[in-house]
Design a protein around this ligand. Structure first.
Ligand code: XMP
Length: 516
């Protein structure tokens, strides 16, 4: 375990990710954590993150100097580097020479930390103050125009730091510098691998669940699938998965869950075929928010019904059904303050709102993982690539991609068009370049066309390819023209009732990714 102490930089999570890319497990803790708490976690090393302020700003978070008496190897980055210098008796000066963005660092003395990198490094900096004198016992390793001392180390004590941000991609050899600290200075070993994650997680699930029974909702998405597969591996015969098929999925998705996922994992699956109920509830509804509310409500009803069924089936057992699996990921944990998981179902926003008489403890096997790690674990567990690499898909499904009322016939049209777009995107090898590729049916819009010898009066299909890192913002995806042409030709030729294909070239903001 490597603890990243967060001084309020936006980079702390990124540092933790980079450490994990070096196959060393890492977590973020707030700078308010006490030295005793930190030591109690038994970390192998500490990383002090960057921070937004000057070390001299009033109220600036300081490093507790006791941290350096613990003997824990420590790496300071940017603000963390300066805070370390100051706490150990070095000088941090307001030179007035700020550096923001790309900077050259000259290496004067490679030491251990910079032994493997070129003598001049293009690095990414963001600082006002600079370290002007290294603390006693430290060797200054590098400098830049605005930072007389831009890197130092005291390998005898396992201490080192850099003024730049090795965690950002614009910093040359950034990962190598981090890895050199981790392996060569702190003595960490690269053993955080998918195989070990699975092994640890299986053990933890067994310890938590004992011989209790577990229920897990599957959505068809990667998170719930991987969470379920881990629990299955840990306590297979105690798990029942529930899949509510609301009839708003894309072509082949229900089969992926019902057939491929079961084949890959052997889970006991209860399928609730609720398409009729959802369609009836959505009859004639066109307002997006109303659609979402209805779909959410029906989903809870269906899931609750299934949960009661599972609970009932095991009512005579001593343990009964006690646990519900939830696919919470590490970024959600950090963003919600990193506290321990809430103890019951009410906090579960995907399946939220179950009645009080159905209370479960949560099992959250993905709580420590970033999304890319979830995928690596999914691959390790042998899940189908279509599930592991699936792009995000909204819970309300195609219900919010039909602009107008949802009918069985319209769902079929959209499913066919969507399947063509997805097939061609995959064939072009662009699945992992495009974050998401919604296909939308403008069901209440018609336009004139000519197909064969006759005039048509059909519906437009909108293609909405987007690129994004987190769905908070997005840009429209620049798909190659020949791919767009192929999708357009195939959809207008093969999908009844569609005579026009248009591409949405709006970024987010101002547009959202989905149309409703
Ligand atoms: P928007 O359309 O707001 O979408 O840009 C951002 C991301 O969220 C997904 N999305 C949803 N996911 N339930 C979900 O699980 C929903 O109701 C929902 N609405 C939007 C959307 O696909 C995109 O990834």
């Amino acid at each position: 375990l490597v603890l990243v102490i967060d001084f309020g930089a936006q980079y702390a999570q990124l540092i933790a990710r980079r450490v994990r890319e070096a196959k060393v497990y890492s977590e973020v803790v707030p700078h308010t954590a006490s030295v005793a708490d930190i030591v109690a976690r038994k970390p192998k090393a500490i990383i002090l993150s960057g921070g937004p302020q000057s070390v001299y700003a009033p109220g600036a978070p300081q490093v507790d100097a006791d941290l350096f008496t613990t003997g824990l190897p420590t790496f300071g980055i940017c603000y963390g580097f300066q805070a370390m210098a100051r706490a150990l008796g070095g000088d941090v000066a307001r030179t007035g020479l700020s550096e923001f963005g790309r900077t050259e660092a000259q290496i004067a003395e490679p030491g251990t930390l910079l032994a493997k990198v070129p003598p001049e490094l293009r690095v990414w900096m963001s600082h006002g103050d600079s370290v002007s004198a290294a603390p006693a016992g430290f060797t200054a390793l590098a400098g830049s125009a605005g930072a007389p001392i831009a890197a130092f180390e005291d390998t005898g004590r396992g201490l080192a730091g850099v003024q730049w941000h090795p965690e950002v991609q614009h910093s040359q050899a950034g990962q190598l510098v981090l890895e050199t600290f981790l392996y060569d200075i702190a003595g960490c070993r690269p053993d955080w691998t998918p195989a070990n994650i699975v092994e640890d997680s299986v053990e933890a699930i067994r310890a938590q669940v004992g011989d209790g029974r577990v229920i897990c909702g599957l959505s068809g998405g990667v998170d719930s699938a991987v969470a379920a597969a881990l629990v299955q591996k840990a306590v297979g015969d105690q798990l029942t998965c529930v899949f509510v098929d609301h009839g708003l999925l894309r072509k082949g998705e229900a089969e992926q869950v019902e057939r491929d996922f079961v084949a890959a994992t052997g889970v006991d699956l209860l399928v609730v075929d609720a398409a009729e109920t959802f369609l009836a509830a959505l009859d004639g509804v066109t307002d997006p928010e109303t659609k979402r509310k209805i779909i959410g409500r029906e989903f809870i009803r269906s899931f609750e019904g299934a949960a009661r069924q599972v609970v009932g089936a095991h009512a005579d057992e001593e343990a009964g059904v006690e646990f519900l699996v939830q696919g919470t990921l590490y970024p959600d944990v950090v963003e919600s303050g990193g506290g321990e998981g809430a103890a019951n179902i009410k906090s579960h926003h995907n399946v939220g709102g179950l009645p009080d008489d159905l209370q479960f403890a949560l099992v959250e096997p993905l709580r420590a993982l970033f999304k890319d790690e979830v995928r690596a674990v999914g691959e390790q567990l042998g899940l189908p690539a279509e599930i592991v690499w699936r792009q995000p898909f909204p819970g309300p499904g195609l219900g919010i991609r039909i602009i107008g009322a949802v009918t069985r016939e319209r769902l079929e049209i959209l499913r066919d068009a969507d399947a063509i777009a997805r097939t061609e995107l995959t064939a072009a090898g662009l699945d992992r370049d495009i974050w998401q590729f919604p296909v939308v049916l403008l069901a209440d819009v018609r336009s004139v066309g000519v197909q064969g010898d006759g005039r048509t009066y059909g519906h437009p299909i909108v293609l909405r390819p987007v690129t994004s890192d987190d769905a908070m913002t997005a840009d429209w995806g620049r798909l190659p023209y020949d791919l767009l042409e192929k999708v357009s030709t195939r959809i207008t030729n093969e999908v009844r009732a569609v005579n026009r294909v248009v591409v949405d070239i709006t970024s987010k903001p101002p547009g959202t990714i989905e149309w409703e």
